[in-house]
Design a protein around this ligand. Sequence first.
Ligand SMILES: Cc1cc2nc3c(=O)[nH]c(=O)nc-3n(C[C@H](O)[C@H](O)[C@H](O)COP(=O)(O)OP(=O)(O)OC[C@H]3O[C@@H](n4cnc5c(N)ncnc54)[C@H](O)[C@@H]3O)c2cc1C
Length: 320
Amino acid sequence: MNVSADLASLAGDLRDRLPDATTGNASFADLSTYRVGGPVAVLVRVRGVDALVTVAEAARRHQPRLLVTGRGSNLLMSDAGFSGLVVVLEGDFEALDVLERSPGALRAGGAVPLPVLARRAAAAGLSGLEFYVGIPGSVGGAVRMNAGGHGRETVEVLRRAWVLDLLGEDEPPTARARDVTELELGYRRSNLQPSEVVTAAEFAVSPDDAAACEARVAEIVRWRREHQPGGQNAGSVFRNPPGDSAGRLIEAAGLKGLRVGGAVVSEKHANFFQAEAGATARDVLDLVAEVQRRVAKATGVELVPELHVVGDDAGDQGAR
Ligand SMILES: Cc1cc2nc3c(=O)[nH]c(=O)nc-3n(C[C@H](O)[C@H](O)[C@H](O)COP(=O)(O)OP(=O)(O)OC[C@H]3O[C@@H](n4cnc5c(N)ncnc54)[C@H](O)[C@@H]3O)c2cc1C
């Protein structure tokens, strides 16, 4: 990978200020549930707000290409890698606090895994977030994607999110609360820009019997195990077209089991594509294109990817 002088200088700047947090030449494969992808020029693991402010100041000085990743469960990262800065939240951003029980409110850091959020809320007798147990993303990724399932979406439970713009003009860089309506959440989308980091979110919950909440969580886990494959995938590859399901269209076109290299359409759920051992991002991308082509030919419907594809040769949806 060609690391430009600017990027080398950003890496040096970050290493001086956050020596334990910065890694040169990390791998995309370690950052996503597909476990494919090439090198990342500079990776910074940010453990608290002060460190995030330091990263924002460095980003503003050097203006690198930027990608914020959560659990990498909706990302396909290219084999060419990413000649920019990848930011991962952890540490303080994994905090979870009950703000009030009635009416219920819970605040979660941007890096809290959604299944943890679902289980902790249920154990505390707070209902409304059970659906998150089946979505292996983070709070930040859920806000950005308006993640949803089992009849609920983030927009229905989110009150506000705190957002820091790594490339903003505010001095000092500050995470500011945005009301859910300002985020314009729609079907697997929001108006958040790639430089904007969700540091925390506040959710509305309702007091309920803990055992009842935990039973709902267990039922969702059971349903997921029965209907969705494990292994290396990123959940649904395509958005559902209006009034239909992408999985149904792919299955109807006879594409379950279709393979390109090490990437294969799941036999269990046709909108899940598995990356087997040795698969490359190119295999997955080619499979996505082949399925799109064959479904369009068979049904006339142009499937639109839900996956965010990022990296030097991948068009950089979701990155800047
Ligand atoms: C087995 C499986 C099942 C799934 N089922 C569902 C489902 O039922 N419903 C559903 O909606 N999704 C589902 N997904 C997809 C995925 O889990 C969601 O899209 C999730 O919200 C992504 O969160 P993440 O933290 O993994 O984000 P990533 O994949 O890391 O990133 C996704 C996008 O969010 C951005 N982002 C991540 N963190 C932040 C942050 N802190 N601040 C700002 N932007 C951020 C990234 O830049 C990127 O553009 C599934 C995935 C898998 C693997």
